[in-house]
Design a protein around this ligand. Structure first.
Ligand SMILES: [Zn+2]
Length: 278
């Protein structure tokens, strides 16, 4: 039951929320809460959909604009990096710098809370935006790498991401190590080998009891193979996924709302996201 006191001042929103929580939606939320409360090794697997509410566009969603003129498999690929590094950095660095400014939303904060409460072991994410770490998650496998650092392709030395960005802004493109080698970001590009985190995540998920899939349509392999390892699946994503038929619960609703309601169903506090700096 929702109490009047916790309703936001928007009466229309409140009425909708009460109605939905009492129907099939509310039953699904209760079911997810029940599964997570059962003992076992529960994990979350996240994708771009969890970060759209932090202002990071999901290039696979139609109408988001950013990627409609660009093919990510081409511009964010190892082939592009090596064949035309100037174009590679010009196309990707400004976009990545913006991603690094984003702040976690209630979805990220809720997963961090579930981990603190011992209801999930951690998060496997396809995102490179560091938002799970910013939200306070402790065990995070970033299977596509991240945008916190880069490394020299010649001597291997590591640099903070901003070193690449500052060199680029000063007109040094591609960014260079003092040894003369090119610095590349620690993201997994199309055409790269899979990360060590991917293999670690795979080993964890072999023993997974329930996997909470949040904001991914499970279209990109090899990550799309990971749900096969879990005994039980919960899928929260706006669009259908190839695993929907195997899932115990499928919720095609906005992630921030679902995660808020899930925390309430678990009698956990609902965290308030900070406003983005951008
Ligand atoms: Zn070097």
């Amino acid at each position: 039951m929702l109490e009047a006191g916790i309703c936001p001042p928007d009466a229309e929103f409140c009425a909708r929320e009460v109605k939905e929580m009492n129907g099939a939606y509310g039953e699904k939320i209760a079911r997810i809460a029940q599964i997570l409360r059962e003992p076992g090794r529960h994990w979350a697997l996240t994708g771009a959909g969890i970060s759209t509410e932090s202002g990071i566009p999901d290039y696979r969603s139609p109408g988001t604009g950013l990627w409609e003129k660009m093919d990510p498999t081409r511009v964010a690929s190892a082939e592009a990096l090596f064949s035309d590094p100037v174009f590679f950095f010009k196309t990707n660095l400004p976009r990545w710098a913006k991603i690094n400014e984003a702040m976690p939303n209630v979805g990220h904060l809720a997963l961090a809370e579930l981990e603190r409460q011992g209801l999930i072991k951690g998060v496997v994410t396809q995102n490179v935006d560091s938002l799970h770490l910013k939200a306070g998650s402790q065990r995070v496998y970033e299977v596509h790498g991240h945008l916190r650092s880069g490394h020299c392709l010649r001597c291997g030395i590591s640099f903070p991401f901003n070193e690449m960005l500052e060199q680029f802004q000063r007109g040094t493109n591609p960014p260079r190590c003092p040894c003369g080698g090119m610095i590349r970001p620690d993201v997994v590009l199309f055409g790269d080998m899979m990360s060590e985190d991917f293999h670690k995540a795979e080993q964890e998920l072999v023993q997974c009891d329930a996997l909470l899939v949040v904001g991914t349509s499970l279209q990109v392999y090899p990550v799309a193979s990971l749900p096969r390892y879990a005994r039980r699946l919960i899928i929260i994503n706006l669009m259908a996924t190839p695993y929907d038929r195997d899932a115990e619960v499928v919720l095609q609703e906005p992630i921030g709302q679902v995660m808020t309601d899930l925390l309430r169903a678990l009698d956990l506090p609902v965290p308030q996201p900070e406003r983005s700096h951008s």
